[in-house]
Ligand binder design. Structure first.
Ligand SMILES: Cc1cc2nc3c(=O)[nH]c(=O)nc-3n(C[C@H](O)[C@H](O)[C@H](O)COP(=O)(O)OP(=O)(O)OC[C@H]3O[C@@H](n4cnc5c(N)ncnc54)[C@H](O)[C@@H]3O)c2cc1C
Length: 432
């Protein structure tokens, strides 16, 4: 029987080091630099590269990867404990070599790339010399990949890609895109799409504009509207077999979603810490905010929300380690993904409210966090879709009843109970 909530002392020492390193060295970068993904920014590289070297020295680089790819082969529970610290900072995942979407794209390349592609794309990606993009969503629909129309045709030794993709994050800095496109329009819906490596400098790849979120200035965001016009890629740039786009996508999405949730705990805790500090510092009508019952309720509700979510994430991480099969944990991952935006939203909104007028200004992070909580409810699939998955998975373990009344119908249960014990009751009464 093993069922505990303790961290091994040796690993705790590493977590302690990560925590102080992130707070002291990495978090300041969030207020100084533009994008963690802009590998051509000399200011970014001057500050990020030495910190990455320090992380490597501590053997904490790309811990999600197996040792043959330069990582530590950490299981998901260890990653959860680590990522919930990294989530505090925008730059921390890059400093520790585990930033999305590169981490997921690396998994795809490691699994399906040829030796030559691994040398050309995977090796520099793992070293963060380059960054990458995952290009799947289309303007006419993201939640339903069956409506995708961007397509590739095999002409001689090349695939020729045409179409449009939407919200291809980081395409503006990426050296290559992993694009999911239709190759077999007449096949059953989930066998129509294939995955390709598309070098960003291939003729015909054009970023129409970089879309932002929230108050980001128009055209200055990180999410590209990409047009593919007669883009030619060699035959071997097909990742996995023809028509296996959904299978290949699952390689990255399962792990990606749970890692995102782990980091979200860090972000939410940061908002919560700020809320707690504020209520102890601010006085109104003769007493601290901390002494007002409606404020106390916000603190209590937030703590409960965070701890419940954290336990769900850790349990899911544990189940991934235990079963090593994402299909067996689909339900858990869907639940985590559906709950993540809600917890973040609710805590960020309370933190904003507690900070009064200061809370709604860009001088505090809460407005961005509220916006980020909405992003979490969309990126990697909308909450509704994950709830549908969750409900379907749950209902597989239940059966309907043929009877007129449900099995919990009390008069029916009472009647059955009377029948079951009638003899004994009669005997008992008779012998009195
Ligand atoms: C910040 C950010 C980064 C992103 N990065 C990437 C990326 O790098 N690569 C990439 O390919 N995509 C990316 N996306 C796109 C993301 O995956 C899609 O936005 C998402 O899949 C939803 O697709 P959509 O926006 O087209 O919404 P739609 O499919 O139009 O859905 C709109 C809304 O309809 C409702 N809805 C949809 N389906 C159902 C249903 N079955 N039942 C009930 N209600 C439903 C939901 O409320 C949903 O939000 C990113 C999105 C964001 C916001």
């Amino acid at each position: 029987m093993s069922w505990d909530f303790e961290t091994e002392p040796e690993f705790q020492k590493q977590l302690d080091w990560i925590e102080q390193f992130v707070r002291a060295e990495v978090e300041p970068l969030d207020y100084l630099l533009e994008s963690p993904y802009d590998v051509l920014d000399p200011k970014r590289n001057a500050l990020v590269r030495p910190l990455q070297a320090e992380v490597r020295k501590h053997k904490l680089w790309a811990c999600h990867l197996e040792p043959d790819l330069g990582g530590q082969g950490y299981g998901q529970v260890k990653l959860a404990l680590m990522n919930e610290i990294l989530g505090r900072s925008r730059f921390a995942p890059t400093v520790f070599g585990c930033q999305a979407p590169d981490s997921g794209n690396a998994e795809i390349l490691a699994k399906y790339g040829t030796p030559e592609q691994k040398k050309q794309f995977l090796d520099p990606l793992l070293k963060n010399e380059i960054v990458s993009c995952f290009s799947m969503t289309e303007p006419q629909g993201g939640a339903d990949p069956k409506v995708f129309t961007t397509h590739a045709e095999l002409r001689g030794d090349n695939w020729v890609i045409n179409g449009e993709k939407w919200f291809s994050s980081n395409a503006r800095w990426a050296s290559f895109l992993i694009a999911m496109v239709v190759t077999d329009p007449d096949a059953p819906p989930y066998q129509r799409l294939s995955m390709f490596i598309v070098p960003a400098n291939a003729p015909g790849v054009k970023i129409e504009r970089n879309v932002g979120v929230g108050q980001e200035p128009e055209g200055a965001g990180a999410h590209a509207y990409v047009r593919y016009s007669d883009v030619q890629v060699p035959k071997d740039h097909l990742l996995g077999t023809r028509g296996s786009g959904f299978v290949v996508a699952q390689t990255r999405l399962g792990g990606g979603r749970i890692h995102h949730a782990m980091r979200t705990i860090g972000q939410v805790r940061k908002a919560f810490d700020q809320m707690c500090e504020r209520v102890l510092s601010r006085t109104t009508q003769g007493s601290r905010l901390a002494d007002k019952q409606m404020v106390q309720e916000k603190i209590a509700d937030s703590w409960i929300d965070i701890e419940q979510f954290r336990l769900l994430v850790l349990r899911t991480a544990w189940r991934i380690d235990r079963y090593k099969d994402y299909l067996k944990v689909r339900k858990d991952i869907a639940a985590v993904k559906a709950q993540m935006p809600k917890v973040f939203h609710d805590v960020a909104v309370r933190a904003l409210q507690i900070h009064g007028s200061l809370g709604v200004t860009p001088e505090m992070p809460f407005v961005d966090q509220v916006m980020e909580s909405f992003v979490m409810g969309l990126a990697d699939g909308p909450t509704e879709v994950h709830k549908i998955t969750l409900a379907r998975q749950i209902l597989r373990d239940y059966r309907g009843t043929d009877g007129l009344f449900p099995t919990g119908h009390i008069p029916s249960l009472r009647e059955a109970a009377i029948k079951k014990y009638a003899d004994r009751v009669e005997h008992e009464v008779a012998s009195q």
